[in-house]
Design a protein around this ligand. Sequence first.
Ligand SMILES: Nc1ncnc2c1ncn2[C@@H]1O[C@H](COP(=O)(O)OP(=O)(O)O)[C@@H](O)[C@H]1O
Ligand SMILES: [Mg+2]
Length: 233
Amino acid sequence: MKISFQNTTVERDGIPALQEFTAEFDSENAAYAILGANGAGKSTLLAAILGLFPITSGKVLIDELLVTQKNAHVIRKRIGMVFQNADAQLFNQTVQEDVAFGPTNLDLPPEEVATRTADALKAMGVAHLAKRDVTRLSGGEKRRVALAGILAMRPEAILLDEPTSDLDPRACRELATLLNDLPAFKLIATHDLTFARRVCPKCAILQNGRLLAAGNTAELLENTQLLESSGLA
Ligand SMILES: Nc1ncnc2c1ncn2[C@@H]1O[C@H](COP(=O)(O)OP(=O)(O)O)[C@@H](O)[C@H]1O
Ligand SMILES: [Mg+2]
């Protein structure tokens, strides 16, 4: 899968949150970090891929498919998003019910829903929490359950918005390992540079809605001047 932004501008409340942004994210690279300070446009970039906001000018393509609000339902079957606030994503009573919600809504047969739910719980290391109440989990557990819910829909790509924002260092490390073992294509908005280095071979750095730099994460994150000017260090 190739996700391409071509001179894309997305205005929010009349202000360009993403500005004349051009970049290509290719699933051959497994994972990209979308880096930038607060307000740089990271969440807007992820939301634009799903057609959650109208595109003011330019375009976004998923392979050959143009992202429009009309195409959004097709795109959301191929690409899943884990929002920044895991609480907002979990709304069923038990972990198992919550993870089963997505595949159930895809109108899959019950056996397939059960298999996918069990596989996703296992992949995220939360099978032992299946019967637990979703409101009574730790931040790290909620994050993994939210991710399992997306995985159960077997999307081709997964967008994660600030996945480590409420995790302690150990939970960050564990999430990094889980994501590295996951075969899906990932775009991860974050300002956690350690996490980006662990999970994402490639990155794009945003500043004020514009692309400041793109390339190999390990190389770009060596550039202290770049990190300072983009507000990442
Ligand atoms: N709900 C919103 N309504 C209007 N403007 C917003 C909203 N959320 C963010 N913005 C603006 O869009 C720009 C990019 O924000 P965002 O994509 O959330 O950045 P990031 O995720 O990098 O912190 C900022 O200038 C921000 O003020
Ligand atoms: Mg954000």
